[in-house]
Design a binder for this molecule. Structure first.
Ligand code: SAM
Length: 220
């Protein structure tokens, strides 16, 4: 299936669920189709996210450091963190994503958890030295996204860092999604947290694409 066809297909799946009691059910729908052989996952990659790799390579994993991947999908980023010495938890709202992630990374020492970012279990909150979020928030419609963004910070322990990567747009640009590129205003951290570094990067996809790379911190 071409990239255009897979984008059209997943937008169709999203639209079918939009005004239902489960507006995020389309992720599970999509992963089931993928499991059954349809090439519909547009974010399917063989390698971990390059922004994550760059960050990890600039750090020493703290002994016993705990990391969490939000909306882990097929698990590349979580498996990579685990391979670099982080005790890693990865969660996703779609159970089929987690079974596929386990199958793809059978050796990875990752705790795969079914959880919704907007309803985090107490076992995950206030726990992590490092949290990675890529491309989940931009896949949520505006109302759900606004509710989900502050929840990402609840995962951090004191002193912990959250690295966020997302498509970028100016507030004056229209957003037709999914994915819905995010404005800088949407990414202002909740009270009590810092945006330690904010970069806008140009990704040489076709067509080229702008992304935010923001490192947040829960102050010690
Ligand atoms: C666009 S995909 C990105 C996957 C992966 N982070 C990546 O960059 O390849 C978004 C992922 O977030 C998951 N997701 C969506 N809403 C979620 C929520 N509220 N809580 C947890 N996971 C969610 C989806 O099932 C999907 O796997």
């Amino acid at each position: 299936m071409s990239k255009e066809d897979s984008n059209a297909r997943y937008r169709e799946l999203q639209a079918q669920r939009e005004n239902t009691s489960e507006p995020l059910g389309w992720f599970e729908d999509l992963y089931r189709l993928h499991r059954d052989g349809e090439e519909v996952v547009p974010w399917l990659r063989e390698a971990p996210n390059p922004e994550l790799v760059a960050w990890v390579e600039s750090q020493a994993a703290p002994p016993g450091g705990e990391a969490c991947v939000i909306g882990c999908g097929l698990g590349n980023d979580a498996a990579y963190l685990a391979s670099r010495g982080w005790r890693t938890v990865a969660f996703d709202i779609a159970p089929t994503a987690l079974s596929l992630a386990r199958e793809r990374h059978p050796q990875a020492e990752v705790e795969w958890v079914a959880a919704d970012l907007t309803q985090l279990p107490a076992t995950l909150t206030g726990r992590f030295d490092f949290v990675f979020e890529a491309n989940t928030l931009q896949a949520l419609p505006a109302g759900l996204r606004a509710a989900a963004f502050p929840c990402a910070f609840q995962l951090l322990k004191t002193g912990g860092a959250l690295l966020l990567v997302a498509r970028a747009r100016d507030a004056s640009e229209p957003a037709e999604g999914p994915p819905w590129p995010l404005t800088r205003e949407e990414l202002v951290p909740p009270a009590g947290y810092l945006a330690e570094s904010v970069s806008e990067i140009q990704v040489s996809t076709q067509p080229p694409d702008r992304r935010w790379r923001i490192l947040y911190r829960r102050p010690a």
